[in-house]
Design a protein around this ligand. Structure first.
Ligand code: FAD
Length: 677
């Protein structure tokens, strides 16, 4: 194969799985500011069944931010209840022993939903193509062959320190055996499972022909989203550390014919002697069964793939579910896996090359965390990278990616170790003196794990973007001003009423992902003079040339594209007019979605936003929400110097001097004598 002159790109992404597709979608929002992005995947076709399928509440909130939650809800299968089935202590017969809600009620507006990985990837890629006007689309049948980093260039932000050579594969090469499925339409996931070593998987892409040509790509940044066998990770010499357990599981996605009564519920089934099954109701009337297999492997060894036939996996499931019957009219997909719990000690090098998703953490799939965590990795990384690569933020900002996500990955591994052991162990019997699984403990771990599993237990530590306690020289929040919005945790929604239209809206629908920080201004009851003055003073600051909004917004961008102030007051809506609010920082008729009120709506009840967030109507607060919707800072309305200090830690003043509010023409209020009341 011949090579050609190098091409240049700002961000190269290797791998179009969930992590890579999320990276592509988030970065696509920066292409209108000149960012170029390429996504390479070695496979010729996208995934169309099997693999991961569980979306937790936090991921669904992110999809709401990205704007396609409605399609996911329409296509997916929502899960509401978990049923536990265990052997009757007297007879050993399988009985239902407990029911719990699948997602903790009240935790989020979205409950765990099942939709297969291929559809998730497709939604993210469709959105990326739409937001980038067709510029960000995956380039398939592209296999990277070498990676070189010129360390002398890594501190020059305009340089391209990364050289990647990528081979354009022939169709035969990029379409490994097993992908197309057998005559009955059953597809196998074995060729991409943990049963293969990295070398065996790699060989699949080299066995069928030869590449057409090799391209040299020079990149400023690179994200390795290339899964558990990550080629990028191996080029960087970063090791996966951890254990491989001896537990072996099979998976069947099928249309079941059964008299097991809870087949459309998520179930955890522990039989007395035949192992365990987890039941996951899927979309399109399919049901996924995770089945513990009676296959023995020693630590460090791989099980023989030929044992993992759909018939064998189904027969094992029948034994666990006995005396209930289990037949099928169609098996859609099957696979097998070892449970490995591994984590890299680094998520990248030089703040130029990053690893995300399975490339830096692997664990068992049953807790439904891999795809969610992988997408949430690049959700965290890419707003930072987008801001740094477009010259808005300092390079130090991307360092917080590994600081924040490595902790989450470690928590995930710890959780999974506990969860898998309890799931894979044999139930302890009354006369059993060995270390069998206590089924009460199993349920307790499940219940406790629900908060973690929903993606809601993340609390990012103090850093330049998390102003919690002011440790490490950072900024200290006045947390008591919004007592129920912990800094470092995800910002959650409350209903508010739009001042301009009287329509009830969820606040999170007003802050979709655009890469902007949001300043949520809660001034209190602005009919009271003290609150009105506080807001007027804040507006004066925001409009002035030294404010965080003016200083960091280049004058060729829309004024609210970097830091977006949104006001939620609690005065009586009908006693105040939009034109009573200061222009342009609080209200300006170019955007009517900037002033809201916390009061009962006509049709959807009362959101009680101040109460929900623990904000006093007398004191008020400013809540800084990061672009990924985590609370970054809580301060008072007078604390403009704290706002300055917070943003100065990681933002770069606009090169053109910024965009003061005084440059925005004010709109004259209407002639009130002509307005009928
Ligand atoms: P991957 O999905 O592995 O994607 C990697 C991409 O990179 C692929 O498209 C691949 O073709 C490409 N690639 C790899 N190497 C190269 C290379 N050298 N060059 C170019 N491209 C390359 N997670 C959940 O959250 N919920 C679940 O319910 C769940 N269920 C699961 C069930 C099963 C049976 C399995 C196997 C996994 C499950 N997971 C689940 C885990 C989930 O599938 C993974 O954690 C997730 O897919 C990781 O996403 P990723 O983008 O990091 O990697």
């Amino acid at each position: 194969p011949g090579s050609s002159a190098p091409s240049f790109v700002d961000v190269a992404i290797i791998g179009a799985g969930p992590a890579g597709c999320m990276a592509a979608d988030v970065l696509s929002r920066f292409t209108d500011r000149g960012l170029s992005v390429r996504v390479f995947d070695k496979r010729s076709v996208k995934l169309d069944n099997g693999q991961a399928d569980g979306l937790n509440s936090r991921t669904l909130e992110i999809f709401e931010n990205l704007g396609f939650i409605e399609s996911i809800e329409k296509e997916g299968s929502r899960m509401s209840e978990i049923n536990f089935w265990n052997p009757d202590p007297e007879t050993g017969r399988l009985i239902r022993t407990a029911k719990i809600p699948d997602t903790i009620p009240g935790l989020s507006r979205f409950q765990q939903t099942i939709l297969h990985q291929g559809r998730i990837e497709a939604h993210l890629l469709e959105d990326a193509a739409k937001c980038s006007r067709g510029a960000v689309v995956p380039e398939r049948s592209m296999l990277p062959e070498s990676l070189d980093i010129d360390e002398s260039l890594v501190s020059d932000l305009n340089a391209y320190p990364i050289t990647l050579t990528v081979k354009h594969l022939s169709d035969a090469e990029s379409n490994p055996d097993g992908y197309t499925g057998d005559a009955t339409g059953t597809r196998s996931g074995l060729f991409r499972s943990s049963l293969l070593s990295a070398e065996e998987e790699e060989a699949l892409y080299k066995q069928n022909g030869r590449g057409e040509r090799v391209e040299v790509v020079k990149a400023k940044y690179l994200i390795g989203c290339d899964g558990a066998h990550s080629w990028t990770r191996r080029q960087l010499g970063i090791k996966m550390l951890g254990d491989q357990t001896t537990f072996v599981w099979g998976v069947l996605d099928m249309v079941p014919l059964t008299n097991f009564p809870d087949i459309r519920m998520r179930c955890a089934v522990h039989s007395a002697n035949a192992g365990s099954v987890m039941v996951i109701p899927q979309e399109r009337d399919l049901v996924r069964l995770y089945i513990q297999l009676p296959i023995q492997v020693r630590p460090g060894e791989r099980a023989d793939k030929s044992q993992f036939t759909p018939e064998f996996i189904l027969e094992t499931a029948r034994k666990v579910l006995h005396p209930y019957t289990l037949e099928t009219s169609h098996i859609d997909w099957y696979t097998g896996y070892h449970i490995n719990q591994r984590l890299t000690d680094s998520f990248g090098v030089h703040n130029r090359v990053f690893l995300a998703g399975d490339a830096c953490h692997t664990h068992s799939p049953k807790a439904g965390q891999g795809m969610n965590t992988s997408m949430q990795d690049t959700w965290n990384l890419c707003w930072k990278l987008g801001a740094v690569a477009t010259g808005v933020a300092k390079p130090e900002l991307v360092q917080t990616y590994s600081d924040e996500r490595q902790v989450v990955a470690q928590q995930l591994i710890n959780f999974d170790k506990k969860f898998s052991r309890l799931f894979s162990g044999k139930p302890s019997a009354a006369d059993d003196l060995d270390d069998g699984v206590d089924l009460k403990e199993f349920k307790d771990v499940f219940v406790a794990g629900n908060l973690f599993g929903a993606g809601m237990s993340i609390n990012y530590a103090d850093s330049i973007v998390v102003g919690k306690n002011g440790s490490n020289g950072g900024v200290k929040s006045k947390q008591h001003l919004a007592a129920k919005l912990p800094v470092g945790e995800r910002f959650y929604s409350a209903q508010v009423v739009n001042q301009a239209s009287a329509t009830a809206d969820q606040l999170t629908t007003r802050i979709p992902f655009t890469g902007a920080f949001r300043l949520l201004i809660f001034p209190g009851d602005i009919l009271k003079p003290a609150a009105k003055n506080r807001l007027a003073k804040l507006a004066e600051y925001l409009d002035g040339p030294a404010s965080v909004v003016s200083k960091y917004t280049p004058s060729d961008l829309p004024r609210w594209s970097i830091i977006d102030p949104i006001t939620i007051h609690c005065a009586k809506r009908t006693a105040i007019e939009l034109y009573d609010f200061p222009q342009p920082s609080i209200f300006h008729p170019h955007n009517y979605k900037r002033v809201y009120v916390d009061e009962p709506s006509y049709h959807r009840g009362d959101g009680k936003a101040y109460e929900t967030y623990g904000i006093s109507k007398e004191e008020g607060a400013i809540v800084v929400v990061r672009p990924d919707q985590y609370t970054g800072l809580v301060v008072g309305l007078e604390d403009t110097e704290l706002l300055d200090a917070y943003f100065a830690q990681f933002m770069l003043p606009a090169k053109d001097g910024g965009f003061p509010g005084s440059k925005v023409e004010k709109v004259l209020p209407p002639d009130w004598s002509q307005v009928a009341h």
